[in-house]
Design a protein around this ligand. Structure first.
Ligand code: FES
Length: 387
């Protein structure tokens, strides 16, 4: 048989994406390093090839989500791994609406305009998208494409959001409206696509459990305050920052907890074991262990992804401010007048008096200029660079 292979090598990232699905190659015949044994033994055969053919689509999806499209060298690597003729893999990849050989926007919203969704919306649901967001495939960061049935016909409208690159993945939105498209477009491609179960697990850790922890901490402090009325008056900036969310409306939380109970319970169990380990370090005066745990947390906290583009040279302006109406507006207006962009803001309250410290993170040159203006207004203020 005249089997034509694709000889151009796939990139490292493409090979990693495929290997994540198929596992590492087990011989030089299937894309791995050629070993001495490969010169004497040839694995393969129809049975092996047929037994792995169901992995073709998952491997192609992995490539699509890693790079936003499937290059021919990457297709060649998949064929080598699965012992498939490239024509067969090409036929499969070109037949699926969710796979593309053409590079495009990192976020693609595949909007169903098949029979059931057309009938439910009284026409082609993509017409409104064309009018509001331009033709299919337009849009640099977020785009939309028409799609055949996505398997959510009972909702009357459906879309599948596909994200390529970091945080890649796909998830269905059903029902789907042009308003959803507008919200996605407004995010400008800054979208993390997660399956629902991963979403529930992650929000349990970063949102639901922090709220319950804050509430528990405030309750502990409030109970202790019954014996010692000075306790809450001494509550300093760290305690206030950490428990701020506990002041939120409690009415919504029983429903939130009921809705995501399994993930919240798992996260609370994890937290309990972490707290127990912390307790043991303190009880046994394990200074190095405590320091290591705190250092690990400090490093992880400092590497939380920023919410906006971080200036190259970041500095922190610390302004001592009185508890008086309009003081924050006065300082932030000064920043605006100077064209200084505030990257992050925090207020550290003083436990001892009615003063506080306003912490503004911004580009170093902005911080230096704002410091002069703030000092001219009579405030005490310092600037220090941030790592
Ligand atoms: S026809 Fe639209 S999801 Fe089935």
């Amino acid at each position: 048989m005249d089997l034509r292979t694709i000889e151009a090598p796939a990139s490292e990232a493409e090979r990693e994406a495929v290997d994540a699905v198929l596992g590492p190659p087990d011989s030089g015949w299937f894309g791995g390093e050629r070993s001495a044994l490969d010169g004497h033994v040839a694995l393969g055969g129809l049975r092996r090839a047929n037994g792995r053919r169901h992995l073709l689509l998952p491997a192609l999806h992995a490539l699509q989500e890693a790079a936003g499209s499937i290059s021919l060298p990457a297709l060649g690597y998949v064929c080598q791994r699965l012992d498939l003729p490239p024509a067969a893999a090409y036929w499969v990849a070109s037949a699926y609406a969710l796979l593309s050989f053409e590079p495009g926007a990192p976020v693609v919203v595949h909007v169903c305009n098949d029979v059931a969704c057309r009938a439910a919306s009284g026409g082609d649901p993509t017409e409104e998208l064309i009018a509001r967001f331009g033709p299919a495939g337009s849009g640099a960061a977020v785009t939309w494409k028409p799609s055949p049935c996505l398997g959510h016909c009972e909702h009357g409208s459906a879309a599948l959001v596909q994200r390529a690159g970091g945080g890649g993945g796909r998830t269905a939105l059903a029902p789907f409206t042009a308003g959803d498209m507008e919200r996605l477009a407004a995010l400008g491609g800054d979208v993390v696509v997660l399956p629902p179960e991963d979403h529930d697990r992650l929000v349990a850790v970063v949102s639901h459990v922090p709220h319950l922890v804050a509430a528990s901490l405030v309750n502990v402090a409030a109970e202790d305050a019954v014996q010692d009325a000075a306790l809450l008056r001494l509550a300093a900036g760290g305690f206030r920052d950490m428990t701020r969310v506990a002041a939120g409306h409690p009415g919504i939380w029983p429903d939130v907890c009921a809705d995501n109970a399994p993930a919240i319970v798992t996260a609370l169990d994890h937290l309990q074991s972490e707290l127990a380990a912390m307790r043991d370090r303190v009880a046994s005066a394990d200074r190095p262990g405590l320091l290591e745990a705190l250092q690990r947390a400090s490093t992880a906290r400092r590497h939380l992804p920023p919410r906006g583009a971080r200036p190259d040279r970041l500095a922190e302006l610390r302004v001592r401010v009185p508890d008086r109406k309009g003081v924050l507006a006065e300082i932030t207006n000064l920043a605006a007048d100077l064209g200084a962009n505030i990257w992050d803001v925090e207020i550290a309250h003083s436990a001892e008096d009615s003063q506080g410290v306003l912490l503004l993170a911004m580009a170093e040159e902005d911080a230096v200029g704002l410091r002069r203006a703030v000092v001219d207004r009579g405030y005490r203020c310092t600037v220090q660079g941030l790592p």
